[in-house]
Write a protein that binds this ligand. Sequence first.
Ligand code: ATP
Ligand code: MG
Length: 299
Amino acid sequence: MIYTVTLNPAIDYNMSFAQIKPGEVNRSSGEYINYGGKGINVSAVLAQLGVKSSALGFIAGGTGDELEKGVREMGVSCDFVRLTRGMTRINVKLHSDVDTDLNANGPDIDEDALDELLTKTDKMRDGDTVVLAGSVPASLPRDIYVRIARRISDRDIRLAVDAEKELLTSILPYRPFVVKPNTDELSGIFGRKLTDINDVSECASELRKMGAKNVLVSMGSGGALLLDEDGKKHFRAAFIGTAVNTVGAGDSMLAGFLAGADKGYDYALLLGTAAGGAAAFSEGLADKEDIDALINSLP
Ligand SMILES: Nc1ncnc2c1ncn2[C@@H]1O[C@H](COP(=O)(O)OP(=O)(O)OP(=O)(O)O)[C@@H](O)[C@H]1O
Ligand SMILES: [Mg+2]
């Protein structure tokens, strides 16, 4: 089983406007909802690829019920910790000539709820995968990902980490199966400018030395570089298309990589790149039809 962890999931309420006039009543020309957070995004794309996963994390209040319903409807099973106070956040996304995001903080998560989440990891078994993706809300200890990694370290569980700076580096001693920084995140980790693929490769190699088995660096329309667990380097160019909304391309890529990993790393990188591209070329995340179409378009 693949478990994804989303500490601060959100209902994204998207509204489109021809023009937004601040200080006035603006009427939207269309609305849609996304149920999200990075771990949930990974679960959603895994479901598209026919891979079962279970979404973990924290939800609260009526918006939490709605989020869980939405996630289940995407074909993902849920095992969220339910907080007794507060509500799952609603982020408002305004789409116009420029996009504006109004992101909420989300509910406070207390020690009891944190313990409940950690206890849920006890049912994970050898061969399972845990995806730790996204930032950590202010009410949780910064080392929450390390606590999870430590708690499962007695079993042969694969860790996949998509997070920034020390959230990612602190997991390296636990030998994660894969880490997926984008170039900005990689540059932030090493505090150096990455000017070409050699620089990217050097930093990726450093992350392997620090403990990561596979390092997958996504470079947006520049494609992706994978240093696999044998130290072999794989590069794949991005698919060519018109970028519509690249948010979630990285989450889609990680899902593709995990879904393909047992068929060899070239295939995992291909499936990851196709999922990333399918996400970038569409309004939402990657769906199966679009991923297949990209793979079938290859000579
Ligand atoms: N404009 C694009 N055209 C083609 N492919 C793209 C484009 N943007 C992203 N991709 C594909 O998706 C992969 C992941 O994208 P990116 O590097 O932007 O991830 P990210 O920055 O982690 O995104 P996010 O955190 O928003 O999910 C890329 O390696 C590439 O294969
Ligand atoms: Mg990302």
